[in-house]
Design a protein around this ligand. Structure first.
Ligand code: CA2
Length: 147
């Protein structure tokens, strides 16, 4: 079975609990449940993870090699700062989709920079929790086309 790792970075565990005016009221558990539903409709397996630390995220990406066929990554604020995460993605050679709940391009200038985008197939942002469904769909199509 084709398997996708959906990985979430720092502070995303707080979704639905703080700053609902920016990030909405949906929790990360709600998003995980929606991802599991979408993946099962498409006949895909998923692993859904979150960690607040850069090193742990890098270890999870390293471990994905050989276990998963694609990576969907909401790296949170590390998107805008982490060359180490970018290098980890390059090293595992897994097709990667960068994902954000908010439209990072409509926000502060420091959020317009992404190290992840340099090594990603593409970027989905601004569609809230629905972006996770869109990313799963996009990854399924990519993997199908790639054979
Ligand atoms: O829009 C996204 O998905 C982001 O990756 C979210 C990050 C932000 O630093 C990125 O620029 C864009 C922040 C996640 C923080 O999540 C919170 C959720 C609830 C309360 C506080 C923070």
């Amino acid at each position: 079975m084709v398997s996708i790792l959906i990985l979430n970075g720092p502070n995303l565990n707080l979704l639905g609990q703080r700053q609902p005016e920016i990030y909405g009221t949906t929790t990360l558990s709600d998003i995980e449940a929606a991802c599991r539903k979408k993946a099962s409709e498409l006949g895909l397996g998923i692993d859904f993870r979150q960690d607040n630390s850069e090193g742990a995220l890098i270890d999870i990406i390293h471990d994905a090699r050989g276990r998963h066929d694609g990576l969907i990554l909401n790296a949170g604020a590390y998107t805008h700062s982490s060359i180490a995460l970018m290098d980890a993605i390059s090293s595992v050679e897994l097709p990667t989709i960068e994902l954000h709940l908010s439209n990072v391009h409509a926000r502060e200038e420091f959020r317009h920079v992404s190290y992840i985008a340099r090594v990603a197939l593409g970027v989905i942002c601004g569609f809230g929790p629905a972006g996770y469904d869109l990313a799963i769909e996009a990854m399924a199509r990519h993997l199908e086309a790639a054979g």
